[in-house]
Design a binder for this molecule. Structure first.
Ligand code: ADP
Length: 491
């Protein structure tokens, strides 16, 4: 099969969170199973150019219809750790992708509506006719809409779309201007409830809803979260639409790329280790303490890695930091915030705690440091309010770092509580799980984890090694995606 991924991220060249990891890891797996995969991305000025090999212009004069005229674009091509990627660069005064950031601009909906249009125009003009277009999240929600309303009449009538939702919280709201810009026009048609009209704001079009209505199949990134989105409030207002489309909606658990995340062969950590050499993990702990100027000691290191966002339970992360210190543990936080209030808050904490030798707050995005923290920490705290899949706990398991998670979404499906899990035997359990979203809940799970570390070090090590034995690579999930691709290509 010939698959084209269209997305706003692909790790490590463009990565804000798990979406980037998934686009890269899944593409690699699908390709290794003998299929052809290409990835179309925006050409951001702040992406990691050092991760692209052989970047050259592949299509110089792509004219993308936009409002009444057209925008001149160049399409570049290069390999990102073996994956063939196309990067679209518009030459317009909007400077859509020259903002120094991936997201967070006032005109994000127009930026990604343009990207979606340009990606389809590129496929059309370069005569690329994939069996399946796999697009991701709100940024590409208009792709199936434009494919079925416009491009199929220009010769792209054999293409099918799989639309993967990684996060229901961000849906992409726009007014009618987006219809005039993309050439979809027909305001009264698209502003219907069975079309793109938002279920709760009658004056808004909803990109993600468009993706759900038009794609041949939709999935989110864990079966449990698919259930939560349809039956709880995790669909952020799209639950009803998902119900109507439940015949084409499912959940497929994410994997992680085992070549990128492999403690036995990780260029970013000083001491490689595996299950049989687990004692070498302690050397990485020492290296982490040294690098972050933490006190060298045997206290457990608890860590948090992630976007500092309401979704990630920042209040609980904050509480966990202080609670860890009060329990005689060390804490390392690596995170960045787009919200200025949260950003100011954590900068304040960083300055306040600056002299404390048992805690370090690194407020940036730092892929290399993330590897060292996964390897050097003893436990990873993931107190998310909601979590479609979550990769931090999967990476932690791989690195023998015991996850302490809130039991929602993919966290619920992948971490099994050491004390209380009914469905898994002691030998199959992997971490600590709490359910309520309050300080007491996170404290009780942290207490159990820290007590085990101090009182039963052998059992704690056994627990960490049990987590390492699980296979959360793309092997199984990749197979499920391939099944899905071949199912929809014949529709
Ligand atoms: P989300 O996609 O909601 O951000 P996930 O848990 O699915 O969360 O994926 C997060 C990914 O981003 C992981 O690979 C994690 O290591 C990485 N990550 C998050 N924040 C940072 C950061 N500040 N620096 C480095 N890596 C980060």
């Amino acid at each position: 099969m010939y698959i084209v991924q269209i997305a706003s991220e692909c790790a490590p060249v463009i990565k804000a969170g798990g979406l980037g990891d998934v686009v890269y890891g899944l593409s690699r797996e699908v390709e290794e199973r003998g299929h052809c995969v290409e990835i179309i991305l925006p050409k951001y000025n702040n992406m990691r150019y050092d991760h692209i090999w052989g970047l050259h212009d592949a299509y110089r004069d792509l004219w993308v219809p936009w409002y009444g005229g057209s925008v001149h674009c160049s399409v570049f091509c290069g390999w990102v750790h073996g994956r063939l990627c196309f990067f679209i660069e518009p030459h317009s005064e909007d400077f859509f992708f020259d903002r120094g950031v991936y997201y967070g601009c006032d005109d994000d909906v127009m930026r990604f509506a343009f990207f979606s249009k340009a990606a389809l125009e590129f496929l059309l003009k370069s005569n690329k006719r994939p069996n399946v277009i796999h697009c991701h999240d709100w940024q590409t929600g208009l792709i199936p809409v434009m494919l079925y309303e416009m491009y199929q009449y220009h010769g792209m009538d054999n293409q099918r779309v799989l639309y993967t939702i990684h996060n229901f919280k961000h849906q992409g709201f726009a007014g009618s201007e987006v219809l005039w810009a993309t050439g979809l026009n027909r305001e009264s048609y698209y502003f219907q409830y069975d079309q793109l009209r938002d279920n709760f704001n009658p004056f808004s079009l909803n990109f993600m809803k468009g993706g759900i209505v038009y794609a041949n199949h939709i999935n989110t990134v864990s079966p449990h979260h698919a259930w939560e989105a349809m039956h709880g409030d995790a669909g952020f207002g799209l639950g009803h639409t998902l119900h109507l489309k439940s015949f084409k909606f499912s959940g497929i658990l994410n994997g992680i790329d085992y070549a990128t995340w492999n403690p036995e062969e990780d260029p970013h950590i000083p001491y490689d280790y595996g299950i049989s050499t687990f004692e070498d993990k302690a050397l990485n702990k020492k290296a982490l303490q040294e690098k972050l100027l933490l006190r060298a000691c045997d206290k457990p290191i608890l860590a948090f890695i992630g976007r500092l966002d309401d979704q990630k339970g920042v209040q609980l992360v904050h509480h966990a930091m202080y609670f860890a210190l009060s329990r005689g543990a060390q804490f390392v936080l690596l995170g960045s915030a787009t919200d200025s209030v949260i950003n100011d808050w954590f900068w304040h904490e960083k300055r306040y705690l600056n002299e404390n030798p048992d805690i370090h707050l690194e407020l940036s995005f730092n892929e290399e440091l993330a590897h060292l923290i996964y390897a050097g920490a003893d436990m990873m705290v993931v107190p998310s309010k909601f979590e479609p899949c979550g990769l931090t706990q999967l990476i932690s398991l791989r690195y023998g770092t015991v996850p302490i998670v809130r039991g929602v979404g993919g966290l619920y499906s992948t971490v099994f509580d050491w004390d209380y899990d009914n469905e898994h035997s002691r030998e199959e359990r992997t971490g600590f799980v709490f359910y309520d979203s309050d300080n007491y809940a996170v404290e009780s799970a942290m207490n159990r984890a820290i007590d085990l570390y101090y009182n039963e070090p052998k059992l704690f090590q056994q627990l960490a090694m049990q987590g390492m034995q699980y296979d959360y690579s793309w092997k199984q999930s990749g197979e499920e995606y391939i099944k899905m691709y071949s199912q929809i290509r014949h529709q």
